[in-house]
Design a protein around this ligand. Structure first.
Ligand SMILES: [Zn+2]
Length: 238
């Protein structure tokens, strides 16, 4: 039996082994969706007609996959207002085609004005990177945060309170990821052509819901240093 033809002769995956509790939580999502859609139409009969016409968000949010930090809720924005990319511990890796594709589309097609790296205190990914434990394949992803730890080990290893140590690395990680974004050819080329693009670093405090702006915003490449700042022209490599 394959997953397009089950015992009942119907198309779809065989879900017979699923418990009542499991299907209840799943069905609740569908019910919530239909309630949500009905409420939106009640508030504004044209809501979905307008939404279906297209998007013009001014913000790209690069946040953690953690279920407690949804971009729209945290910023009080509606569907259509924030373009979103999330991964474990909001890491921006210059060879990650997923992140680069989102960034390029947001900056060059949607023309967002703000790119925000949003971490959060108590981040499990950051906490894991501070330990020597193995967690599986994710260890290779967390290596990027270990690299940030290595850069700031002098400061971090002086912090004796474990929570405080994690939270400081959360801030340093966001700052480093802002720097990583600014180093990309995508951001640097955009800055050569426009003056209305800023990259910011935020940390969300889960205990208050409030955002801390780390004050690391950048709107030009001048602080990148000579190693990373590109010239204003492309040279074909051969
Ligand atoms: Zn996290």
């Amino acid at each position: 039996m394959n997953n397009t033809e089950n015992k009942n002769g119907k198309n779809g995956i065989d879900t017979k082994g699923i418990s009542l509790a499991q299907s209840a939580s799943y069905n609740k999502l569908k019910q919530n969706n239909s309630d949500w859609a009905a409420k939106r139409v009640q508030e504004d009969p044209e809501f979905f007609t307008k939404l279906a016409q297209g998007q013009s968000p001014e913000v790209l949010w690069i946040g953690c996959s953690d279920s407690r930090v949804p971009a729209n809720e945290v910023t009080g924005t509606k569907p259509g207002e924030v373009f979103v990319h999330r991964n474990i511990a909001n890491v921006c890796v210059h060879s990650d085609m997923n992140m680069l594709s989102v960034l390029d589309y947001a900056v060059n097609v949607l023309k967002v004005k703000h790119v925000i790296v949003a971490g959060h205190y108590g981040c499990g990914g950051v906490a894991a990177a501070l330990t020597s434990k193995q967690f599986g394949i994710i260890d290779n992803w967390l290596r990027h945060i270990k690299d940030v730890y290595r850069l700031h080990a002098n400061e971090l290893d002086r912090i004796t309170d474990e929570k405080a140590k994690v939270n400081r690395l959360v801030e340093l990680n966001v700052t480093e990821q802002v720097y990583n974004l600014c180093k990309t050819s995508i951001i640097q080329n955009a800055w050569m052509n426009r003056t209305d693009l800023e990259v910011h670093g935020w940390v969300i405090d889960l205990s208050s819901g409030l955002i801390k702006d780390l004050g690391v915003s950048a709107s030009n490449p001048h602080k990148l240093g000579y190693v990373y700042e590109f010239d204003n022209e492309t040279v074909a490599a051969n």
